[in-house]
Design a protein around this ligand. Sequence first.
Ligand SMILES: [Zn+2]
Length: 64
Amino acid sequence: MYSRTQNENGTYNSRCLDCFMTIASCVETEKELDAREARHMCPEKALAQLLALDRAAAQHAAHN
Ligand SMILES: [Zn+2]
């Protein structure tokens, strides 16, 4: 989930909607935007994943 905006000079910015981090600014092509977005390691998503794992582990422990 990324929010893309275009600057007056035609370059692009992209912001992650999960962590609100600007991951690209003044990028000239949409292809470069794709690359930047693909490379973004979202801390929010990593955290959500970690919490999900924690929950799964807790549930597993409760069953035993
Ligand atoms: Zn993010």
